[in-house]
Write a protein that binds this ligand. Structure first.
Ligand SMILES: [Zn+2]
Length: 150
């Protein structure tokens, strides 16, 4: 039984047993879960992050971007959740699936690289600060030596 709608439910913890037709959303843990909309009973977990899924909530009408592609499950379902509606998409060929997965990997790598760059920048700023402090101490030390030396 393919669903054509899903009801969002905002929760702190996603329950172990999911009800069909409900999209559980935990803002706190940045994840959403639902049972595959085809009715196969598989649990679909969609982490919410800039490189995974983005959730849009328009006054209780939720959309997930990008689409849900359950190619790891037997059903191979592919659909969009748009404003609490399930928009069924055509099945993807193995080739298309591989392409999407490759793109996801690239996005993720890029995101990780960006985060690391931020970390590097912070570390550099930190070491620059230490350096400044070091040169101040060195200057004081030199002044002190000069003073004692004279
Ligand atoms: Zn399914």
């Amino acid at each position: 039984m393919k669903l054509d709608a899903i009801k969002p439910k905002f929760v702190e913890f996603v329950p172990k047993v999911l009800e069909p037709g409900v999209l559980y959303i935990s803002q706190k843990y940045k994840t959403a879960s639902h049972l595959c909309a085809c009715g196969c009973g598989e649990k679909v977990v969609t982490p919410l992050s800039p490189v995974e899924w983005q959730l849009r909530n328009e006054g209780g009408l939720v959309s997930l971007y990008p689409s849900i592609g359950n190619w790891n499950y037997a059903c191979h379902s592919h659909y969009w959740i748009r404003r609490n509606r399930i928009a069924w998409s055509g099945g993807m060929t193995q080739q298309q699936i591989a392409r999407v997965q490759a793109r996801d990997r690239v996005d993720k790598t890029r995101y990780v690289a960006m985060v690391n760059k931020e970390k590097d920048r912070a570390a550099q700023a930190e070491s620059a600060k230490t350096e400044t402090l070091g040169s101040v101490i060195r200057r004081l030390w030199t002044a002190l030596l000069r003073w004692f030396g004279s």
